[in-house]
Design a protein around this ligand. Structure first.
Ligand code: G3I
Length: 335
């Protein structure tokens, strides 16, 4: 059989991919997943809004389809995510009269949710992103002003880890966040994780999302993140890797006439060089890294299409729109 990313990296770490339920139906996407990857993360299907749309109703179908595919093909499965301020169901924060619920009610609801979801995939999901993106991008606070924080208080984070640990004591539990190469945010995430470790919260690792671009991060910024977080005794996983071909200063909400949405040879080369550097660093720090997951399969579809600029396509992955390996793929497997 054809050699895939997972084979090149078998002595390093599992290589994962974010998937939606359509991709695991028989077809070329499913074939590409099976050839290339030995880990998967549901892109949306296990988030609270999609999987728990009403207080007394779960929608297991999509997550089950992904979990079954993973089992049938001996692919590891990461669970994403138990507590996040986005994609929460409508019912979560209010009672039947529309009034905001108390701390105790919200804790009980989250405990129920986590117990049910982690319990259902016990033995199938080996690692969970328990709390996602709890640290704000700017300012001095360690805590994003989310509804979880406002209603429960700062100990909501440790509670979520305790519930998850009780539901599956063998699952590896992660805190997951983005912009982790930004010096200020990195420091605040570090301080939060340090507190959790000091309080003996059952946390095994930190997920660094890795939504990057051909311009960032630098080798130095990346290595600083790895050594800093590993110094807490946490395992590191890169959980949502993609390399946008657009510079950060293009982060704007409107489309310009000069936006061509074309994948140019220059982008191709720069992206290959960036991916080459990233994986070179990952390999060097293999003793600290237990997984690297791409946020989507191929340039046919990415959450970066239309984001942040409507009408602009991005090309952030290793496979092109036809599922064929790009220059970036070669730069990752030649070492
Ligand atoms: O499923 C509904 C569908 O029923 C509805 O008709 C349609 C109309 O807009 O929306 C569909 O839901 C969309 C969903 O993706 C599935 O396609 C949501 O609107 C859309 O907001 C959602 O976007 C996801 C995003 O998280 C939400 O914040 C992206 O797919 C997903 O890639 C992205 O992933 C996040 C990670 O979970 C956390 N880290 C950042 C990362 C990128 O934003």
């Amino acid at each position: 059989p054809e050699k895939g990313l997972k084979d090149y990296y078998k002595n390093y770490f599992p290589i994962g991919v974010a998937v939606n339920p359509r991709m695991v139906q028989p077809g070329s996407d499913a074939d590409l997943i099976k050839t290339q990857f030995n880990s998967m993360t549901p892109e949306n299907a296990m988030k609270m809004g999609p999987i728990h749309p009403e207080e007394n109703r779960y929608n297991w179908k999509d997550a089950d389809a992904i979990a079954d595919f993973a089992q049938q093909n001996s692919i590891k499965l990461r669970g994403h995510t138990l507590c996040w301020h986005n994609q929460t169901p409508r019912w979560l924060f209010t009672d039947s009269t529309g009034k905001t619920v108390s701390r105790d009610v919200l804790l009980a609801r989250m405990k129920r949710h986590i117990t049910d979801v982690v319990g259902r995939y016990k033995g199938k999901v080996y690692a969970w992103d328990v709390v996602n993106e709890a640290v704000p991008d700017t300012g001095n606070s360690l805590y994003r002003k989310s509804k979880f924080y406002e209603i429960i208080g700062e100990d909501y984070i440790e509670k979520m880890f305790q519930y998850a640990h009780e539901a599956d004591p063998s699952a590896q539990l992660f805190y997951n966040d983005y912009n982790t190469e930004n010096a200020s945010k990195r420091e605040r995430i570090y301080q939060l994780l340090k507190k959790l470790k000091e309080k003996k919260v059952p946390i095994n690792g930190v997920g660094l999302q890795a939504h990057w671009s051909i311009f960032e991060p630098s080798r130095q910024e990346l290595e600083e993140s790895i050594t800093k977080f590993a110094s807490l005794g946490l395992k590191i996983q890169f959980t949502e890797v993609d390399v946008s071909v657009y510079p950060k200063e293009h982060e704007r909400r409107e489309r310009r006439d000069t936006d061509k949405s074309e994948f140019t040879p220059e982008m191709d080369n720069k992206q290959a060089a960036q991916y080459n550097m990233l994986f070179d660093v990952f390999r060097k720090h293999r003793d600290k890294i237990t997984g690297v997951t791409f946020w989507n399969l191929s340039d046919k579809y990415s959450w970066l299409d239309n984001f942040p600029v409507p009408g602009r396509k991005d090309y952030p992955l290793l496979f092109d729109q036809n599922g064929k390996p790009k220059k970036a793929y070669e730069s990752v497997v030649k070492f």
